[in-house]
Design a binder for this molecule. Sequence first.
Ligand code: Z5A
Length: 203
Amino acid sequence: MSKGKFIVLEGIEGAGKSKQSRILTDTLVNRGVDAVCTREPGGAPLGEALRSLILSPDYDPDAISELYMYLAARRDHLLNVILPAVEQGKTVICDRFTYSTVAYQGYGRGLDIDFVRRANAMTIAPLEIDLGILIDITPEEGFARKGGADKSDRLERENAEFFERVYKGFKTMADAGELVAIDGSGTKEQTAEKILSEVLRIL
Ligand code: Z5A
């Protein structure tokens, strides 16, 4: 059996990643593709347990501890959900992945970008990402859509400069061709069409 594709949707909070992951999965399934949807941090029992610790405002990990928590959640997700599905020929749609680590822990927190990239590579081996899409809206647009930051989420308590650095990180990866950027400022339906057209190129 041939391997399935692994597709990642990325972007700032409120970009529409969760919504678009579900729309894309449903659209592909309706077209006869064996597609499943997952998310990070989380996606598997240990990853979901780590997610609640990572995002809890009750803890204050430093940048390196935070990086390793995301990576531990990712390794568990990879081994228990992503690799088995890809090996069974399923197309896996993931809401956030390694690009978020580069953007948030690298550009946002200021950890060395090459170090973050190497840590990501070691964590996801032997998986290859077939397509990474950046749903491009600014942090201002994203938080306006959400009606402001969710203060029960530790990451969302960060200041505007942090999210500007994260956004710059995503844009830098798109400019380098690592991510395909699509304009996310239109309606949900318009964004879904743009994503589908990129995905159909690789299926
Ligand atoms: N993080 C990290 O630091 N390092 C890592 O390696 C990873 C993650 C993997 C995860 O939080 C946090 O972890 C996140 C990054 C960090 N930090 N922060 N802050 P999460 O998963 O809870 O949060 P999120 O990924 O940012 O999800 P979100 O805020 O819900 O955004 P979204 O998924 O992109 O958007 P949505 O839920 O689909 O839509 C948000 C709202 O906008 C909703 O009301 C929609 O109906 C509306 N919406 C969506 N699309 C549209 C359009 N086109 N027009 C109008 N309104 C829209």
